[in-house]
Design a protein around this ligand. Structure first.
Ligand code: 13P
Length: 261
């Protein structure tokens, strides 16, 4: 972990919890998580819960992220919500999650346009990248990461880049309840490769400033191992973020690691 910048622990609640349940979980998290100066705790509830949570939460303790949004600011795009509409409510926006790419056909170019829309609206993108099992087995991991990173970061300034967060989420390691998890040395290699791509595009300084998270079956037992990998600045947590004991323990592990460093 880099001591110069804050560690991010983000919880992606995916399509779980209605407004009432989200509010209850926020309340439990509030009781169980303290304010840590060096740690940003980011919650990504469903679109429906963003607004009520933004009014309820303690802004010293939590930040909000959308799980997705559309790249146009307004218009006849029935069913969509734009980053422009979220601007007042969220500090971060998850973009290009593998669920969006796989289930909703989100292309490299759509991810790029969403990154630009978020930046334009003052929302820091959390860009998800990562290879599927099939791509990994075919030895295509680097090519996939290269294509995802270079397209997503097109047409940004070096200054824009510094506020961006990339989450490396190997698709084969997401929500695996059967024990398949990413090995730290694999994660380290992919994250070094991601930073190298950013360095080639935007230079050394930008590649050092971008925060890179790991995501994929992170829980309170293995989070420490991932946070200790060189180049990792935090975690994007799915299932374990829906359980306040587990998520609070993950935040605490990140805090203990900062204290020790
Ligand atoms: P899990 O932690 O449930 O594997 O989900 C990871 C993820 O997709 C976070 O965005």
């Amino acid at each position: 972990m880099n001591q110069d910048r804050k560690t991010i622990i983000a919880g992606n609640w995916k399509m779980h919890l209605n407004v009432h349940q989200s509010s209850l979980l926020l309340h439990r998290l509030h009781e169980n998580i303290r304010v840590h100066r060096d740690i940003e705790v980011v919650l990504a509830p469903s679109m429906l819960s963003l607004q009520p949570l933004s009014l309820e939460l303690d802004h010293r303790k939590f930040k909000l992220a959308s799980q997705d949004a559309y790249f146009k600011d307004e218009g006849g795009y029935t069913g969509e919500v734009s980053f422009a509409m979220l601007g007042e409510m969220v500090q971060y926006g998850i973009i290009g999650h593998s669920a969006r790419r796989i289930y909703f056909g989100e292309t490299l170019e759509m991810v790029r346009d969403k990154v630009q829309a978020a930046v334009r609206c003052g929302i820091a993108p959390i860009i998800c990248v990562g290879e599927t099992k099939q791509e990994r087995d075919a030895g295509e991991t680097k090519q996939v990461l290269h294509d995802q990173i270079t397209t997503a970061l097109q047409n940004l300034t070096s200054r824009d880049i510094e506020g961006i967060v990339v989450a490396y989420e190997p698709v084969w390691a997401i929500s695996t309840f059967d024990g398949v998890i990413a090995r730290p040395d694999d994660v380290e290699k992919s994250i070094a490769f991601i930073r190298m791509q950013i360095r080639e595009l935007y230079g050394q300084k930008a590649s050092e400033r971008v925060r890179v998270l790991y995501g994929g079956s992170v829980n309170e037992h293995d989070v420490r191992g991932y946070l200790e990998i060189p180049g990792v600045d935090g975690a994007l947590v799915g299932a374990a973020s829906l359980n306040y004991h587990q998520f609070a323990a993950i935040v605490d592990a990140a805090y203990q690691l900062r204290l020790k460093a």
